[in-house]
Design a binder for this molecule. Structure first.
Ligand code: MTE
Ligand code: MO
Length: 527
């Protein structure tokens, strides 16, 4: 009886022995070690993609359109980190479960790890342009899992055995230490692999950054045209700095493409297939223009918009060289990361529109985030149907013959930009001192142009705001108005009128399927 009691006490005091939690912990530590050695392999051999990133890409692609749209709308920028954390949480739970399976038989655990390796391998092969050699990190990870689990499980079994029979046996401590040592060694290996992978290896990103720094393009430094800006404090600058330019893409690990590795294949319904290299592009004349790019997911008053000085090679002459078939009406553009979109052929071949393969933004080579080395830019179309970053493939085709990433998820096939306007100053809910109130913002209808902006105060009549100059119909226009208002609460709304004479609609529409509409309105207090 006393023995019984002391045994219970002893196992309560050392939950490590025989506990499911201990086996789960063993599974998690071993799981981590496999991820770490696989990561190290990726880094040592400059392989793409990392298996975990490939899995994240599959999670993204397999998520139903409703889920993707919900995340896009409600999580916005956070949707990638949240997907990553959630996927990793599931992965760690699976590692724990595998550890517990291993308590019955190590073979079960190995099977569990094998299943994960198969998912990882299939995900890697599901990425754009991967080869069987890209499976090496998965193999290394799996071997690590097998060996490490074997080492840890043998010691944990021994410890369990002694703890269950005679916890007072001096072998109890030895076996316990043996187990902890094994776990420690595996954890140490994991940490070391992670650190070496992270820091000790050059890798491709620093190489890309170096190449970008040394690249001398004939792109010119932008000069904001005289009269385009009012410099109202608190309003957005007319030219958006690259670092402040919104970022939207589906990529969990943005492609790293060096200039000499890049090429664009133009094929499909053409007379002559073309492959254009970066050197070919630089031999051509660079066209430069101000273009405002915005996202179809931009809500009324939202900030998924920016205006930059773009330098690139015009697409119309390139497509003319390829000789597009009169039967074709679309180009299916594909990025090196597999994302794709369909663009109306007419917008790309229109000599007036200036659709380009852009190589520079605000006078500097594109950043990796914005599509280095080459992205497409088509004035007047939302990004999701036109502005392919890391673009590598142009298939001249027909809209009736394909669907693309976002059209698969319920977004409209055509994405012409809708007219919109935004109040940037004062901030919504601001408390302003008595005196003149400055209201200011931007209005845009790319490739149509803005003729005027009107505001209405406290539900009153529309009155014209002052419009800054705009060098082109493809960029947004600043506007401002000075108001003398009595103390108290006020509301201001804004609408634009385009150069075609159309008045911006007040009908409220959400971003799905082809862009939001409605007047932006804010409230503030004076005095
Ligand atoms: N390769 C790739 N290109 C892409 C996307 C993407 O997900 N992948 N998103 C598009 C969308 S929806 C927009 S709005 C613009 C945004 O470009 P930016 O990130 O340079 O602002 O890129 C477009 N090009
Ligand atoms: Mo977008």
């Amino acid at each position: 009886m006393t023995d019984q009691v002391s045994l219970e006490k002893s196992s309560a005091a050392t939950p490590a022995a025989g506990g499911r939690a201990t086996w789960a912990l063993a599974g998690i530590v071993v799981g981590l070690a496999g991820l770490a050695t696989s990561y190290l392999t990726v880094r040592l051999f400059d392989l793409e993609p990392q298996p975990v990133v490939a899995v994240l890409d599959r999670v993204r692609d397999l998520a139903p359109g409703d889920v993707a749209n919900w995340a896009r709308e409600n999580l916005g920028k956070a949707s990638k980190p949240i997907t990553t954390v959630a996927t990793l949480a599931i992965l760690f739970a699976v590692f724990g479960a595998i550890g517990r399976l291993g308590r019955r038989h190590s073979g079960f655990a190995v099977l569990g790890f094998a299943a994960l390796a198969v998912i990882g391998g299939a995900s890697v092969l599901g990425e754009n342009g991967t080869k069987t050699t890209d499976l090496l990190p998965v193999v290394v990870g799996f071997v690590t899992w097998g060996l490490a689990f074997g080492a840890v499980a043998t010691r944990l079994e021994r410890f369990d055995e002694i703890a269950a029979t005679d916890p007072l046996d001096p072998a109890y401590d030895t076996s316990r230490r043996g187990f902890l040592m094994a776990v420690g060694v595996v954890a140490g290996l994991a940490g070391l692999s992670g650190v070496i992978g992270r820091f000790a290896v050059g890798g491709r990103v620093p190489r890309l950054n170096q190449e970008r720094r040394l690249l001398r393009l004939s792109a010119t430094t932008p000069v904001v045209p005289e009269g385009a800006r009012f410099d109202v404090v608190g309003a957005q600058p007319w030219m958006t700095r690259v670092d402040d330019f919104y970022l939207i893409d589906t990529s969990f690990s943005r492609p790293v493409i060096l200039a000499e590795e890049w090429s664009l294949r133009i094929h499909g319904m053409v007379e002559k297939e073309l492959t254009i290299t970066y050197a070919d592009l630089l031999e051509r004349e660079l066209t430069e223009q101000w273009v405002t790019l915005n996202c179809v997911s931009n809500e009324v008053g939202g900030d998924l918009i920016g205006n930059a000085w773009w330098s690139g090679v015009l697409l119309a002459p390139l497509l003319a060289e390829a000789g597009v078939s009169p039967e074709a009406d679309a180009v299916l553009q594909t990025s090196s990361d597999g994302w794709n979109c369909g663009t109306p052929l007419a917008a790309l071949t229109d000599p007036e529109r200036g659709a380009m393969l852009a190589v520079a933004m605000n006078g500097e080579p594109l950043t990796r985030e914005h599509g280095y080395p080459v992205r497409t830019l088509v004035p007047g179309l939302y990004g999701y149907v036109s502005a392919t970053k890391w673009v590598v493939d142009f298939e001249v085709t027909r809209f009736s013959d394909f669907s693309a990433y976002w059209t698969d998820r319920g977004w409209s096939e055509l994405g012409p930009v809708k007219m919109a306007s935004r109040i940037e100053v004062p901030a919504n809910g601001a408390d302003l001192p008595a005196g003149t109130v400055v209201v200011a913002g931007h209005a845009w209808h790319q490739h149509t142009g803005i003729r005027g902006v009107e505001i209405a105060v406290d539900g009153g009549a529309w009155q014209p705001a002052e419009l800054a100059e705009s060098p082109t119909i493809d960029s947004w226009v600043q506007w401002k108005a000075l108001l003398e208002l009595p103390a108290g609460e006020h509301a201001v709304k804004v609408r634009a009128i385009d150069l075609a004479g159309e008045v911006q609609t007040g009908a409220v529409a959400g971003v799905l399927p082809d862009g939001s509409t409605g007047w932006h309105q804010i409230g503030f207090r004076v005095g």
